[in-house]
Design a protein around this ligand. Structure first.
Ligand code: A2P
Length: 343
């Protein structure tokens, strides 16, 4: 009989949590028991899994007993408080927050890029930032053929990155504006409907916001290369759940766009979307709900003979968060890297 696992979702009621639930069901993840954990606010509610109503439980030490895998997506503070507890009780934590991503002993994994890093885990594995996951999927297959020297990225990030409440806020603001009312911003710092603004993560002394530095530092860690020079400008746009990115790559030697196209058309987790006749390229509405990152508009950079331009869109909640986490869990099972399992 094949093994099945006791899984807990920490932050089950959130945008990523509910997607995790859907993915565990649709991918037929081998589950022996499923616990749904959220804040005290959600206790009393239920969520459906395989036709069954599962109650939301509060997060306590006992909640992590008899759990093999914790899929955590309840913010950095909650992960910092509970990940160690879960690991001490024998679980492996796949953490969606930024709490442990840059910790030297915590693998940071995109399964299509660096699955080998999972082998060194000590109980916690970090799921990278959404913009980083999407970018690495498109850049890694090219980098493997010819090393990338420098990456310049500009992002167009959806409301979902700030959680389910931010998505609702954009819808409400849109309705309000269309009815001639003033939009109210409570979750995000400014009205996002019919607007955009530089990413709302805290600013650092470098003048970059934390989101931008995540793209720099996490990409280097995932690629295992501190030499790559990376810069990014992250922007929040009034899109509900898929992020877009304009990426400029500088290689050691010229990279033919047709060769890049051929490589990306075969790359795992990537779908090439290019119709130059109709000007049809990746769009967030087409990326939403899809597992693959859509990549297109691959072209020679006219300002640099070793440069390449590309454009991508990917579902932030799915591959940018929940799907990547579930794929990490599947990788742990495949490579027999879980501490305890039930038969
Ligand atoms: P709740 O719905 O009870 O607030 P999102 O990223 O969409 O905002 O979702 C955040 C998730 O994290 C939700 O499931 C939320 O639960 C959960 N959460 C937030 N704070 C805590 C906390 N202190 N303890 C446990 N879960 C939390």
């Amino acid at each position: 009989m094949s093994k099945s696992y006791r899984v807990a979702i920490l932050g089950a009621t959130g945008a990523v949590g509910t997607e995790l639930l859907e993915l565990l069901e649709s991918r037929n993840f081998p589950i022996a028991n499923l616990k749904l954990l959220a804040s005290e606010r959600s206790v009393g509610k239920t969520l459906k899994f395989k036709g069954e109503n599962i109650p939301i439980e509060p997060v306590t030490e006992q909640a992590f007993e008899n759990v093999d895998i914790v899929l955590a997506s309840a913010g950095g503070g909650t992960s910092k408080t509970w990940a160690g507890v879960a690991v001490a009780k024998g679980a492996v934590v796949i953490d969606n927050s930024s709490a442990f991503r840059m910790h030297p002993e915590v693998p940071l994994i995109v399964p299509e890029v660096n699955p080998q890093a999972a082998a060194s885990h000590k109980g916690i594995i970090a799921n990278p930032n959404c913009t980083t996951i999407l970018m690495t999927l498109a850049v890694w297959p090219l980098h493997k053929i010819k090393p990338v020297k420098r990456i310049v990225a500009a992002t167009y990030q959806s409301a979902s990155g700030a959680g389910a409440k931010a998505m609702e806020e954009v819808k409400t603001q849109t309705r309000d504006i269309l009815q001639g009312k003033q939009p109210v911003a409570e979750v995000l710092p400014y009205p996002l409907a019919f607007n955009l603004f530089p990413h709302n993560s805290p600013l650092t002394d470098l003048g970059y916001c934390e989101e931008e530095l995540k793209m720099v530092n996490e990409t280097r860690k995932i690629f295992g290369s501190q030499e790559i020079r990376i810069t990014a400008t992250c922007v929040r746009v009034p899109v509900l759940r898929a992020h877009s990115e304009a990426i400029n790559l500088e290689f050691e030697t010229p990279f033919n766009p047709d060769e890049a196209r051929a490589i990306l058309s075969q790359a795992p987790g990537v779908k090439l979307v290019e119709d130059w006749q109709t000007n049809h390229f990746p769009m967030p509405i087409e990326a939403s709900g899809q597992d693959e990152v859509l990549v297109g508009r691959i072209r020679q950079d006219i300002s640099h003979h070793c440069g390449l331009e590309l454009w991508l869109c990917g579902d932030q909640i799915r591959k940018g968060a929940a799907l990547n986490a579930v794929q990490i869990a599947e990788l742990l099972i495949e490579k027999n890297l879980l501490q305890s399992t039930t038969a």
